[in-house]
Ligand binder design. Structure first.
Ligand code: GTP
Ligand code: MG
Length: 379
């Protein structure tokens, strides 16, 4: 059985690892975030946060091989028998170094002009869009290439099914290209490489492929198994080939979710908007998120006031794999937390109070601990 890693367990509950570390200290278990804990211990900390710990068999790679995973499900999510599972759109995250053309590529795919609307052409935040291709929906997440957005890239890799790594052919592999590879590998996601800007006279596709191979990403023509497409977001050359490859890959993965159960969505971006208050872009993972749904999200309770789709239209509900903007938070939620549907607002509020109390206690303990350390360091 695979080990239960503290930081992974925290992620699954929508908590920061230090919260679990504090819980573990109370249980006399002293570990670092990357270390493993016993199932019995995991069960105890899960219970503290209103989760039930269970190990569940999940199929990966379209049933080619079975991998056992540690899965923590919120209390309210019931068993999901096969017949309620329906195909959902694949979630594809576009990553790469700054200015390598991620937004332009997505822009071409959407045939709109997101790049023009952005401040200085640099992506400020994650944006998610749903695109239909031959009647099949695909969800894309655009991530910023700037160094400071490492967390967002990590998060993007986490909730995604396939990572499209954009590398500019004139520039080659750069620091955030490498970082994106790291994130994708860590999250065990399929990487498809899009070598962009091949329209430029300075484009050097061979050099990019050699650099990729040096970093352990052997493309198919180099005898490896990494699919690679040469594209130009400017002229649109190769983009259709990329989409076809993505559709094929998605089909192999056979991604399914239950649209009927309780909704759970992952926060990919949060901000305060004038006239709307705190809002969050989420991707629905399971269930159908509806207007009026009471929820818990990290330490905050809330109720969905309205939902706005990726075209700015108000919608009543959002199904699995769909990106949507949620209005109805009292406070700005944390990126990476999960929004989980609750039966009623009172239950949500109760859980929120508990979580907030826990966090206050943890902070108190941490300050006490650091004060003690200060004390000793002066001796
Ligand atoms: P960040 O979001 O800041 O990380 O950048 P990005 O990767 O989204 O790059 P963006 O799409 O904003 O493009 C950066 C610049 O490269 C823009 O000036 C684009 O017009 C240009 N560009 C993007 N794709 C191509 C391409 O295929 N060919 C050429 N010649 N220019 C391109
Ligand atoms: Mg961009």
């Amino acid at each position: 059985k695979p080990p239960i890693i503290v930081s992974e367990l925290a992620t699954r509950m929508g908590l920061k690892p230090f919260v679990l570390l504090a819980d573990l200290i109370k249980l006399q278990v002293f570990v670092a975030p990357h270390q493993a804990i016993e199932p019995e211990t995991a069960a105890k900390v899960c219970e503290l946060h209103g989760f039930i710990f269970e190990r569940e068999k999940r199929e990966k790679g379209g049933g080619v091989h079975k991998i056992e995973e540690v899965v923590v499900e919120p209390e309210k999510v019931q068993d999901e028998p096969e017949d309620v599972l329906q195909l959902r759109p694949p979630i594809i995250t576009i990553m790469g170094h700054v200015d390598h053309g991620k937004t332009s590529l997505l822009d071409y795919i959407r045939k709109s002009s997101i790049t023009k609307g952005e401040a200085g052409g640099i992506t400020q935040h994650v944006a998610a869009y749903k695109v239909e291709r031959e009647g099949k929906p695909v969800t894309f997440i655009d991530t910023p290439g700037h160094a400071i957005f490492s967390d967002m890239r990590a998060r993007g890799a986490d909730i995604t099914d396939i990572v499209v790594l954009v590398v500019a052919a004139n520039d080659g592999i750069m620091p955030q290209t490498l970082e994106a590879i790291e994130h994708a590998k860590k999250a065990e996601k399929t990487i498809i490489v899009a070598i962009n800007k091949v329209d430029l006279p300075t484009a050097n596709v061979m050099r990019v492929k050699t650099q990729l191979a040096e970093k352990g990403l052997q493309t198919v023509d180099f005898g490896g198994d990494v699919e690679c497409v040469e594209v130009s977001a400017l002229t649109g050359a190769g983009v259709d080939g990329l989409l076809e490859l993505l559709a094929l890959q998605a089909e192999v993965l056979e991604l399914k979710a239950n649209p009927k159960g309780n909704a759970r969505a992952s926060i990919i971006e949060a901000r305060v908007q004038p006239g709307r208050g705190a809002t969050a872009s989420v991707i629905v993972e399971t269930g159908t998120l509806k207007v009026g749904t009471p929820f818990i999200c990290g330490p905050f309770a809330g109720k969905v006031k309205s939902l706005i789709n990726d075209r700015g239209e108000s919608v009543k509900e959002a199904k699995p794999g769909t990106p949507v903007e949620v209005i109805g938070f009292d406070e700005m939620p944390n990126v990476g937390d999960s929004l989980v549907e609750m039966d009623n607002i009172r239950a949500a509020q109760k859980l929120a109070d508990e979580r907030q109390l826990d966090r206050r206690n943890d902070r108190l303990q941490l300050t006490r601990k650091s004060r003690m350390e200060d004390l000793f360091s002066n001796v």
